[in-house]
Design a protein around this ligand. Structure first.
Ligand code: PLP
Length: 238
């Protein structure tokens, strides 16, 4: 039996404390309230007992990349008071497996996937919260829509009643300088504000998901409202 009190993973508790502190610090620098930024713990490759340790230490949102891995671990994770996001690429043939089991899908990158998620949601009588992933660095190797295609996708997907579009997500490219890094985040924030200003029906631009272990402070400085942090909480992945 696993003990509920006491923590077998003091590293996770300590890391969470450090990350929370850094989030608050970055918010302070940016003149923002720490409550404006949601911490999502990225649990890909992390065994369920370590995920549960993070939850006991107060983590409220987790993110998984792969549908298969998440579904395999899900039963062993204490999700009672936790929201789970899918943050990795979603193929149409996996949509029916994930809908109803994730509180948010952050990685919508085509009208086709948006439609599939909507249809699967309607079938279950639910509405699924989604973000649209933007390929802000215009990289061949990354998923997401190009900035100039975003509005068109949003206008098409806004008509799908099984999804609620809540905002945008991005994974910026590897950068060489601090300035480059900030520029991608700042471009994303501009795009976010610009789209928000268009007040598209059924599109609520209230979540901007950007920032990972190496760069969440900069992302917060540039307006992120949700940071996705893996290794800084759980240690490096094998
Ligand atoms: C792995 C991953 C993260 C977290 O990466 P870390 O560098 O470990 O914090 C965030 N977002 C996505 C989409 C990921 O795949």
């Amino acid at each position: 039996m696993e003990k509920q009190s006491g923590n077998r993973y003091p590293d996770i508790e300590e890391n969470l404390k450090i990350v929370r502190h850094s989030i608050a610090e970055a918010c302070g620098k940016a003149g923002r309230e720490p409550g404006e930024v949601t911490l999502l713990g990225v649990t890909k490759t992390v065994p369920p007992d370590r995920v549960n340790a993070a939850i006991r230490a107060g983590l409220e949102v987790i993110g998984e990349n792969r549908v298969q891995e998440y579904l395999g671990k899900r039963e062993m994770i204490n999700l009672d008071n936790v929201r789970a996001h899918l943050i990795g690429h979603l193929q149409t043939n996996k949509v029916s497996k994930i809908v109803g089991k994730a509180d948010m899908i952050e990685s919508i990158d085509s009208v086709k996937v948006a439609k599939a998620v909507s249809d699967a949601s309607l079938k279950r009588g639910i509405v699924t919260d989604v973000l649209v992933q933007v390929n802000i660095g215009r990289e061949d190797t990354k998923h997401g829509v190009m900035a100039e295609e975003l509005e068109q996708l949003l206008r098409a997907a806004a008509g799908f009643s099984g999804i609620k579009i809540r905002g945008l997500m991005a994974i910026p490219p590897i950068y060489d300088t601090e300035r480059e890094k900030r520029a991608f985040f700042s471009d994303m924030c501009k795009l976010f504000i610009d789209i928000k200003g268009k007040n598209i029906d059924n599109v609520a631009m209230d979540i901007l998901s950007m920032g990972m272990s190496a760069d969440y402070r900069e992302a917060i400085m540039e307006g992120s409202t949700l940071v996705r942090i893996g290794s800084a909480i759980f240690g490096s992945r094998s």
